[in-house]
Ligand binder design. Sequence first.
Ligand SMILES: Cc1cc2nc3c(=O)[nH]c(=O)nc-3n(C[C@H](O)[C@H](O)[C@H](O)COP(=O)(O)OP(=O)(O)OC[C@H]3O[C@@H](n4cnc5c(N)ncnc54)[C@H](O)[C@@H]3O)c2cc1C
Length: 385
Amino acid sequence: MIGALPLAAIPPEDEALRPEIRAFLRETVADIPPERRARSWMGFDPEFSRGLAARGWLGLTFPREYGGAGRGPFARYVLVEELLAAGAPVSAHWIADRQSGPLIQRFGTEAQRRFYLPRICRAEAFFCIGMSEPNTGSDLASVATRAVRDGDGWRLNGAKIWTTNAQHSHYMIALVRTSGTAADRHGGLSQILVDLHAPGVRIGPIRDLAGDAHFSEVVFEDVLLPADALIGEEGSGWAQVNAELAFERSGPERVLSSAVLLDEWARWLRKASEAGNASEAAEALLGRLLAHLAVLRAMSVAVTGRLVAGESPVVEAALVKDLGTEFEQLIPVVVADILARPGPTPPGPLMRTLAYTAAMAPSFSLRGGTREILRGMIARGMGLR
Ligand SMILES: Cc1cc2nc3c(=O)[nH]c(=O)nc-3n(C[C@H](O)[C@H](O)[C@H](O)COP(=O)(O)OP(=O)(O)OC[C@H]3O[C@@H](n4cnc5c(N)ncnc54)[C@H](O)[C@@H]3O)c2cc1C
């Protein structure tokens, strides 16, 4: 596979976005305590999302006729990189902007595009993803939630779990069975858009290891949906979901989940150095981590280059996510180890940022597909399976 991922560079017109974004973040995010900024793409703040929308930074890649900015994936890359590096609370609009909007753009009807995309760009429609179920996670083809024809529309029954932001969102795009049985695997699956305020939808938030309740279990009991709830072709849900997962696996979010911790630690090392307490061992470790980050970023940019070229780099995206999440999980381990050594007492905000990041780190390699599943895809890409 060597040579399969030619390096790419971000075009100057997209790099040119950076100073304006940084100025906005200095005003809106810099004063938020680091332990809150560490939540980043799990940090829910509709007001912040509306601020981005007012600057035209939501739906950056959507066509202008649907309220977007008509920019390419590299412009969005620059925006997302800056937002995550600063620890901006992007979670409210995150899934709609990254995943649901592009899915509707690609597979939706013209009426669906005209209805949903402008609302996403104005931060008025927040989405969540209903793939996992109480008995279905990695083996997504065995989903049992079922939508059956009911008059002109659909009747939905079943349950989804670990649904990020379901309790705050307006809509879910759910992978459901519209024909056959779980034994039919990929056949008979469709994607359906659920208004989460419809009668029969019950949402129960679930608390995670860090104490936050950012995901939920969602139960559907005889939920009646209109005919136009179907996204794309009936029975094409499997192919559509796989296209959607490619949007999800290779962006800066797979490299920068521990960025706020890394930054706070670097700030503390700088202060210690200025006070004459420099630690060569700690500085060498920071340098090693930054070298890893530079390589991972180059890979992530390269995958974006292939998306720009209209390719579908599924295996390469899996590589970035696998290596990226390993790096993100290493950072709290390294920082905890160094801070446990004898030396000056680290500041409270750094310790609280470490505590949060360490508690969340196990989830980095679960969300969006587990490490084992990604490695299976990589092995297949190498012709080993
Ligand atoms: C923070 C967070 C947010 C999430 N948000 C969402 C969301 O918004 N929407 C959504 O639909 N889901 C969401 N998920 C769920 C996530 O996608 C699943 O947890 C994940 O796909 C794994 O499924 P599972 O939990 O059922 O584990 P299982 O599939 O039961 O896996 C258990 C273990 O077995 C391993 N395993 C399973 N199958 C194989 C295999 N074939 N070969 C080797 N090993 C295997 C897995 O790697 C894992 O280690 C979220 C999860 C987290 C942690």
